[in-house]
Ligand binder design. Structure first.
Ligand code: SAM
Ligand code: FES
Length: 362
């Protein structure tokens, strides 16, 4: 007689997470720590089913324009922080940024993500001018900003100029951990306030954390998951921490592809309709990282649209991929990777489902 094989507890928890979209903190910790064979594929399969139920087979493309690597902050982990005197600094003019958006438009992008260090050169007026010019040239496109912490009035001005979405990773939901990753001049409470302000204004808001950042514990990750569940962002950007040689964390270990993929799957099950990118950092620690991410619930990729001559200067961490290719080459490569996973590139703006009706036009 064969004995019934008992399924490990974490498989039961994956079923519960799928059904309830939530777990207790202890259960989240058990899922994060589970080492049962076959568990990751079990979880990823569930995440794929949920993502396909809400978004079908489509993967949304975002054209990333890294327009400045000047930064007034000094986050301990970041290669472009102000204290890194070895970083070769650059800024793109409004004209350069608009020309990136034109090239991107012709390549099929319908979302542009303007990302940069916190660079005071880009005053509110300059950002307003850039956003409104892009919207005027390409009224059918979404503009996402990722330019760090500003006051609510500034966020309101950018929104009024046409910005649709804002990415501001919370980095870690644990205040003490936040303080281990940032100097005293940066405040956990202010970053969290920024996220609440952005939501109140009406942006589609993205937050997220680095996976495997220095001093991170399972309890910290559970707190991150609890924060995501409560805050209900429209987008979640997570990627592995990767050391940069000119930072004080140069000798720290990078986050793992396995934990990043597991978290992507958990987040998809918790927030079924969230927009979830497979990030460049994930593709940097594993050549198939972004494909693995898409097969675990991710439904967004962000090919680089920055001019090739500045690509190699926006170095947040070591060995960053896609620093040499032309935009057209990046999109060809991403399209091939997406079709390898069995998914399809979408030519739509790719708004969050709750924002489809009230899409802003200018
Ligand atoms: N300045 C803006 C901000 O702070 O939101 C946007 C640019 S910032 C460089 C974008 C993100 O890069 C950060 O939120 C952080 O999560 C990530 N990042 C920075 N250094 C990193 C590293 N060493 N490894 C992985 N991700 C990193
Ligand atoms: Fe620029 Fe952290 S170093 S925002």
């Amino acid at each position: 007689m064969t004995e019934a094989i008992e399924r490990p507890y974490c498989f039961e928890l994956a079923d519960k997470l799928e059904a309830d979209r939530d777990l207790t903190d202890e259960e989240f910790a058990a899922v994060l720590l589970c080492d049962a064979p076959g568990f990751d594929e079990y979880l990823a399969q569930k995440a794929r089913n949920v993502r396909e139920k809400y978004y079908g087979k489509t993967v949304y493309l975002r054209g990333l324009i890294e327009f400045t690597n000047y930064c007034k902050n000094n986050c301990y982990y970041c290669g472009i922080r102000r204290g890194n005197t070895n970083a070769e600094r650059y800024r793109l003019s409004e004209e350069d940024i608009l020309s990136c958006s034109d090239i991107g438009y012709d390549l099929g992008f319908r979302t542009f993500v303007l990302q940069g260090g916190e660079d005071p050169y880009y005053t509110d007026d300059r950002i307003v001018s850039i956003v409104s010019s892009i919207k005027k040239r390409h009224p059918d496109c979404a503009v996402t900003l990722s330019i760090g912490e500003r006051e609510k009035e500034s966020y309101q001005k950018f929104f009024d100029a046409g910005a649709d979405r804002y990415l501001l990773r919370h980095e870690t939901a644990d205040k003490a951990h936040y303080e281990m990753l940032h100097p005293d001049e940066l405040s956990f409470d202010h970053r969290m306030q920024c996220l609440r302000d952005l939501k109140e204004i009406g942006y589609q808001v993205g937050c997220g954390m680095m996976v495997g950042s220095p001093y991170q514990t399972t309890e910290h990750l559970v707190k991150d998951l609890r924060f995501l569940k409560d805050f209900k962002p429209e987008m979640v950007g997570i990627g592995p921490f990767i050391p940069h040689h000119d930072t004080q964390f140069a000798d720290c270990k990078a986050g793992t592809v396995e934990m990043t993929i597991r978290l992507l799957a958990i987040i998809r099950l918790m927030l079924p309709d969230v927009l979830l990118p497979a990030t460049t950092a994930l593709g940097t620690i594993d050549p198939q990282g972004r494909e693995k991410g898409m097969l675990a619930g991710a439904n967004v990729v962000m090919p680089n649209l920055s001019p090739v001559d500045v690509r190699g200067k926006y170095l947040l961490y070591d060995n960053k991929i896609c620093t040499g290719d032309e935009a057209a080459e990046c999109i060809r490569c991403m399209t091939a990777r997406i079709s390898w996973t069995g998914y399809e590139v979408s030519v739509e703006r790719g708004d969050h489902v709750d924002f489809k009706e009230n899409t802003k036009t200018y």
